[in-house]
Design a protein around this ligand. Structure first.
Ligand code: PEP
Ligand code: MN
Length: 276
C-alpha cells in the first residue's frame, strides 16, 4: 500500500501504545463496554457500575447517535456528555463517545477520553482533520463498505494532523448475508496489524447484531490478535432506545468477560510457545 507514511510500520518496528487513564492501549487488552446510547443518568451510571464490576476497563455511550432514520432517537447531546462525566467520576472508567459533526469536535473532546468516529463517517475527511487537531485519541471505526487500504488512509488523515493516537476498530461490513446485521471481518485484524503499527479493536455488537454471536466473536477476535473489544451492554436491554437486540445484560457481560480473560491468557501462552 502506497503513501501510508505515518500509518504504515515504523522503521524501528515499534507499535503505537495509546495511553489513556493509566491504560496502555496496544499492550493491555482493553474492553470498552456500555450502552449504545446514553439515555438517562440512572441507565448510564447503573450500567457503568455493572461493567466496571465485571472487569471492563473503559465506558462507552453515545450522546450523538448517527441513526438511519431522522425520526429515531438522536441522543441527548450535551446532557448525555454530562451524564458520561458523572459516570466517569463515579467509576473511574475513561469515556469513549462518538462525535459526528466537525463543529463539535473540540468541545466534545473536553468530555471524552477517546473520541469515536463511526462507520458512517469514516471517510468524512473534514471530521478526520478536526479529529487530528483535537489532541484526543481517536477510535476510528471501519466503514461498512471500506477496504483495508481506505481505512488506513483515513487513519493517515488523523496522523497527518499531528495526532499519533489512533485506534482502528472493525465493526462488520455489508455483504449479501442478512442473517447477521453485518459480516464481521475478523481476517482484517491480523491483516491491519501486518500493515500498521496502530492498535486494532473489534466491535462484535454492531459486527453481528445477534446476541448469541457476541460471545464467540469476542473470543475469536482476541484469538485473532485484537488489542481490545467494544461491546454494547445495557442495564435493561429490553428497554433500550437504540440497538435493543444486540445489547448484553450485565450478567451476560460478566460471564463473557471471564472467558475473554481466559482467551487472552491462552493467546499469550501460545505466543510464548512459538518464540524461538
Ligand atoms: C456505535 O458504536 O455507537 C456505532 C454507531 O457504531 P458504528 O459506527 O460502527 O455503526
Ligand atoms: Mn449501537
Amino acid at each position: 500500500m502506497k503513501n501510508l507514511k505515518l500509518t504504515g510500520h515504523k522503521a524501528d518496528g515499534r507499535k503505537t501504545i495509546v495511553e489513556v487513564g493509566g491504560l496502555r492501549i496496544g499492550e493491555d487488552l482493553v474492553v470498552i463496554a456500555g450502552p449504545c446510547a446514553v439515555e438517562s443518568e440512572d441507565q448510564l451510571v447503573r450500567t457503568a457500575v455493572a461493567v466496571k464490576e465485571a472487569g471492563a476497563t473503559m465506558l462507552r455511550g453515545g450522546a450523538f447517535k448517527p441513526r438511519t432514520s431522522p425520526y429515531a432517537f438522536q441522543g441527548l447531546g450535551l446532557k448525555g456528555l454530562k451524564i458520561l462525566d458523572k459516570a466517569r467520576r463515579e467509576t473511574g472508567l475513561p469515556i469513549v463517545t462518538e462525535v459526528i459533526d466537525t463543529r463539535d469536535v473540540s468541545w466534545v473532546g473536553e468530555y471524552a477520553d477517546i473520541l469515536q468516529i463511526g462507520a458512517r463517517n469514516m471517510q468524512n475527511f473534514s471530521l478526520l482533520r478536526e479529529a487530528g487537531k483535537s489532541g484526543r485519541p481517536i477510535l476510528l471505526k471501519r466503514g461498512m463498505y471500506s477496504t483495508l487500504e481506505e481505512w488506513l488512509n483515513c487513519a493517515e488523515y488523523i496522523l497527518a494532523e499531528g495526532n499519533p493516537n489512533v485506534i482502528l476498530c472493525e465493526r462488520g461490513i455489508r455483504s449479501f448475508e442478512t442473517y447477521t446485521r453485518n459480516t464481521l471481518d475478523l481476517s482484517i485484524v491480523p491483516a491491519a496489524k501486518a500493515m500498521s503499527h496502530l492498535p486494532v479493536f473489534v466491535d462484535p455488537s454492531h459486527g453481528t447484531g445477534v446476541l448469541g454471536l457476541i460471545e464467540p466473536m469476542s473470543l475469536a477476535a482476541v484469538a485473532a490478535g485484537a488489542d481490545g473489544l467494544e461491546i454494547e451492554v445495557h442495564i435493561d436491554p429490553s428497554q433500550a432506545m437504540s440497538d435493543k437486540d444486540q445489547q448484553l445484560s450485565p450478567d451476560a457481560f460478566k460471564r463473557l468477560m471471564r472467558k475473554i480473560l481466559i482467551m487472552r491468557k491462552t493467546v499469550q501462552e501460545l505466543a510464548k510457545d512459538v518464540e524461538p
